[in-house]
Write a protein that binds this ligand. Structure first.
Ligand SMILES: *[C@@H]1O[C@H](CO)[C@@H](O)[C@H](O)[C@H]1NC(C)=O
Ligand SMILES: *[C@@H]1O[C@H](CO)[C@@H](O)[C@H](O)[C@H]1NC(C)=O
Ligand SMILES: *[C@@H]1O[C@H](CO)[C@@H](O)[C@H](O)[C@H]1NC(C)=O
Ligand SMILES: *[C@@H]1O[C@H](CO)[C@@H](O)[C@H](O)[C@H]1NC(C)=O
Length: 418
């Protein structure tokens, strides 16, 4: 092949690549924040439940706590309202309005408040005639609604697809809304949720018009929901990996750490796997009432750093045994992360591997550290054995950084010994 041919192929590939991303300068790293849905849902009766109803007061409180409890310091930035924020009808001019009882000062004022805390604010709509909970949808109002959100100072839009005429209209709707957001001139993260039933995602549209992509079922406050999302991502990892990179990330849905369902070990697993997948990290929990251990997991800076690695690569599952899954992810500067997840009941299980088996660069010496225990485990050569002990339903997460120093024999380490 001539040099000219090669050059033209390379240039063509570069151009093709350049067109494959929503160019709004946002989501260079996976977005992080709070999302109201899983924890607060359709609670709209403030007389019955003033403390938990979806309201201006609740969102202000959550914004306060994101700052006061140190979540902002570790990267949580967006405070996102989900479905049920609207009045049941548009105003006479066709404009969306927030429910006047629950949001008495309106969305602009709430956005100003969230911004005054140094945070960003997100909102929710659906592509259809109605949202999933029956509030006004954006169908045939796309340009106006994008403009309204921009006027209010919204920074993030989660777009659902309930009540959409199926098929082409979903793709067309995402495209139109993305263009409409762009023409407001306000940088707004566009988070798209592909319908979990119906046709396979239209990847071309999602790639070109969305910052984050949901293509699985909603998470529920349940361990089964978390494990089925993990399995869905593993099963489709070759395709989903393609989504991930600066400007565009996968969305396996909200973190439910600190809610009712997950144990301590299960919570570690959700955090570790969402991070290794470079997922958008939106926690949905009651920040007024989080157990200290849940807060620790959610604020684990070393794990967040894996999620927020600048390469933005989605980790892949390389081992799927009954009692152990192994996931690995290349990080910037030749580093790697790995998660050892035990999906099985019983007692803590040992798992022995080597840097070679984990797919780390051979011939390189790695300094390995465990990220839940914040513990250095020594330096390891390609074929040194590494043994981890993982509690049932829990995860051990390591980070391996290449070192230049001369090799000290790797210690065989055990984490969480019985
Ligand atoms: C709109 O799109 C153009 C071209 O893709 C991009 O340069 C610009 O930053 C976008 N603006 C916003 C506000 O998203
Ligand atoms: C998208 O925009 C085009 C051009 O304005 C319009 O013809 C089409 O009906 C829109 N589709 C949807 C689903 O909004
Ligand atoms: C990854 O995305 C590119 C660009 O859209 C596409 O050509 C390629 O087939 C995709 N690969 C997989 C495995 O989906
Ligand atoms: C992974 O292993 C589990 C348990 O053995 C099994 O149910 C599942 O089908 C496997 N997944 C894939 C993608 O092979």
């Amino acid at each position: 092949m001539s040099f000219r041919m090669l050059l033209s192929i390379v240039l063509t590939l570069m151009v093709a690549r350049l067109t494959l991303s929503l160019d709004n300068g946002l989501a260079r790293l996976p977005p992080m924040g709070f999302q109201a849905w899983v924890r607060f849902r359709w609670r709209t009766d403030c007389d019955l439940d003033p403390k938990n109803c979806l309201s201006e007061a609740l969102i202000r409180t959550m914004a306060d706590l994101v700052v006061e409890k140190g979540f902002k310091d570790v990267g949580y930035e967006y405070v996102n309202i989900d479905d049920c924020w609207m009045a049941t009808e548009r105003d006479p001019s066709g404009k969306l309005i927030a429910d006047p009882i629950r949001f008495p000062n309106g969305m602009k004022s709430l956005a100003d408040y969230v911004h005054s805390k140094g945070l960003k604010i997100g909102i929710y709509e659906s592509m259809g005639y109605q949202t999933c909970q029956g509030f006004p949808g954006t169908f045939e109002h796309i340009d106006d609604d994008a403009k309204t959100f921009a006027e209010w100072g919204i920074d993030f839009v989660k777009m659902d697809t309930c009540h959409t005429p199926r098929g082409q209209l979903v793709s067309e709707g995402f495209k139109n809304f993305s263009r409409a957001l762009n023409s407001t001139g306000r940088p707004i993260v566009f988070s798209c949720e592909w319908p979990h039933v119906g046709p396979h995602p239209d990847w071309d549209t999602m790639f070109n018009y969305c910052n984050t992509i949901r293509n699985g079922r909603d998470v529920q406050d349940s361990w089964d929901a978390v494990t089925s999302i993990i399995e869905n991502f593993a099963k489709n990892q070759v395709i989903f990996k393609n989504v991930s990179g600066p400007g565009r990330y996968n969305d396996p849905d909200q973190l439910i750490i600190g809610d009712y369902a997950l144990s301590y070990e299960q919570s570690k697993t959700q955090m570790a796997l969402w991070a290794i997948m470079a997922a958008q990290l939106l926690m949905s929990n009651d920040l007024r009432d989080l157990p200290a251990w849940a807060e620790d997991i959610l604020k684990n800076k070393e794990i967040i750093a894996v999620d927020q690695d600048p390469l933005g690569i989605m980790g892949q599952r390389i081992v799927n045994e009954t009692r152990m899954q192994v996931w690995t992810k290349p990080l910037a500067n030749g580093s790697f992360a790995a998660v050892f997840f035990c999906p099985f009941h019983g007692i803590p299980y040992d798992y022995t591997t080597t840097p070679r088996k984990l797919g780390f660069h051979t011939g390189t010496i790695y300094k390995i550290r465990e990220l839940f225990e914040h513990k250095d485990l020594g330096t390891f050569q390609t074929d040194d054995s590494v043994t981890v002990t993982v509690n049932p339903y829990g995860s051990v997460m390591i980070r391996a950084d290449p070192v230049m120093s001369s090799h000290k024999p790797g210690t065989h380490f055990k984490i969480n010994p019985l």
